[in-house]
Ligand binder design. Structure first.
Ligand code: HEM
Length: 421
């Protein structure tokens, strides 16, 4: 991620306890890029769990930082709406795509129901062998004895192949999925994947839409199948979308690509990092590979690849005594909720045999809770099952680089070396 925000007062390099409470601005991407956000969130949870930031690059916003308060906001979608946007950044006027993650009921539910069968347990079971084969092939091709970037060679490769499978998108063109996801999520500017907004829109409307439109037409004309495009092309709430609401069509396609891309990718990368940082846990895993099932949700909690989701107040509302006004931005910081010591025992520790590892907020909560959660968990489980069959250790072999974003918590570089069994 090469977008560098221009904060008013930078939090970077500041001691969290020295910044006046009212000046704290946790929206600054530099905090996540440098992994120095933790102290700010610790302070907010303790001193001002529903915190108002009066001035930021994204305008004023409320921060919700504790586990239970995040659930309370997510559990009240009538007051805390997902429209018009679910990230701090307001929607782009020029490219007004709409996706069901950023819709309220009843439209959200109608569209979600249409596609969720693709990730239902039966379909996942069918997909597992394919994912296992592909994971195995990727791991077998790794350059033993060399230092390489795990993000690029494993995490990106595997998630992209999985996405192509899910969409029944031609495997040979699968890198376009990653490319379009990056084009859609990076803010255009110097050094970014697109220099200008119009270049970005040209790629999405000129390349991505026609590619999926062609697939949509082909699926609509064929018998229903179990890929996401076919499901949408035949689903009652979505079948007229491509022709009648092209921006909604683009939005939902992008949602599926983005939703399944950065998230799982960064959890796979994170797992390697956490096991290196916690050699005792790595030893536990090797002694007892059955722990993988328990480790997977712990990896996802510890990573929390989606840093925040935003809601917008539909009316004045008092949340824990704070007066939220109609139209205010309310940001749920999952990254903070998942380190809340009142909800999670020893939250800063990575414990692969933790009790109740699924008790976390990385997938959100309520009606918008992640649709791909079981798919993501299955992928991580399969990857680790295949890693343990082949390698004694995946060893960190250089400095990692973190994503420069306040939405996606992840890595661009994770240099490693693999030691075969
Ligand atoms: C570790 C991996 C993943 C994480 C941490 C994650 C996280 C999230 C989060 C935080 C939300 C918003 C939840 C809310 O607002 O309450 C979400 C929504 C969503 N995710 Fe995921 N996700 C992951 C993988 C995937 C995958 C593999 C897919 C592919 C199908 C996917 C598809 C979606 C969709 C479609 C939504 C929108 C759901 C709705 O609005 O009803 N996600 N995800």
């Amino acid at each position: 991620m090469s977008y560098i925000p221009q904060p008013r007062t930078t939090m970077l390099g500041r001691d969290p306890s020295s910044v006046p409470l009212e000046d704290i601005d946790v929206s600054q991407a530099a905090l996540f890029h440098s992994n120095t956000m933790w102290g700010f969130f610790d302070r907010l949870r303790k001193e001002d769990p529903i915190h108002y930031c009066k001035d930021s690059e994204f305008g004023p916003f409320w921060s919700v930082t504790k586990f239970d308060d995040i659930m309370a906001v997510e559990g009240n979608p009538e007051v805390f709406s997902s429209e018009p946007a679910i990230s701090l950044q307001d929607p782009d006027e020029e490219l007004n795509v709409s996706m069901f993650i950023a819709m309220d009921e009843p439209k959200h539910g109608d569209q979600r129901r249409t596609v969720q069968g693709a990730v239902a347990p039966r379909n996942l079971a069918n997909m597992e062998e394919l994912i296992r084969e592909r994971a195995g092939a990727i791991l077998d091709a790794l350059p033993v004895g060399e230092t390489f970037n795990w993000v690029e060679k494993v995490s990106v490769e595997l998630t992209t192949q999985m996405l192509a499978t899910l969409l029944d998108f031609p495997q040979e063109n699968r890198h376009k999925l990653t490319y379009w996801s990056d084009v859609a999520t990076q803010v255009p500017g110097p050094g970014s994947i697109c220099a200008t907004v119009s270049e970005r829109n040209q790629i999405l409307i000129g390349e991505c839409v026609p590619a999926f439109m062609g697939m949509w037409m082909e699926r609509a004309a064929s018998e229903p199948r179990f890929d996401l495009i076919s499901m949408m092309a035949h689903g009652e709430a979505t079948k007229n979308m491509a022709q009648e609401r092209p921006m909604e069509f683009l939005g939902n396609i992008l949602l599926l690509i983005i939703g399944g891309n950065d998230t799982t990718r960064n959890s796979i990368s994170g797992s390697v990092l956490f096991l290196n940082e916690n050699p005792g846990e790595y030893a536990k895993l090797k002694a007892n590979p059955d722990l993988i099932t328990n480790m997977v949700p712990e990896i996802i909690r510890y990573q929390t690849p989606v840093i925040h989701m935003r809601r917008t107040a539909t009316r004045d509302f008092s949340l824990k005594g704070k007066d939220i006004k109609k139209g205010d931005k309310v940001v749920m910081w999952y990254v903070s909720g998942n380190r809340d010591e009142e909800a999670i025992d020893r939250p800063y520790d990575f414990i692969i045999d933790r009790e109740k590892p699924r008790h976390h907020l990385a997938f959100g909560f309520g009606i918008h809770r992640c649709m791909g959660n079981r798919l993501a968990e299955m992928q991580l489980r399969v990857v680790w099952e295949e890693i343990l069959k082949r390698f004694d250790k995946i060893e960190l072999a250089g400095d990692l680089v973190r994503a420069n974003s306040n939405l996606v918590k992840g890595y661009t570089e994770l240099p490693v070396r693999v030691q075969p069994l």
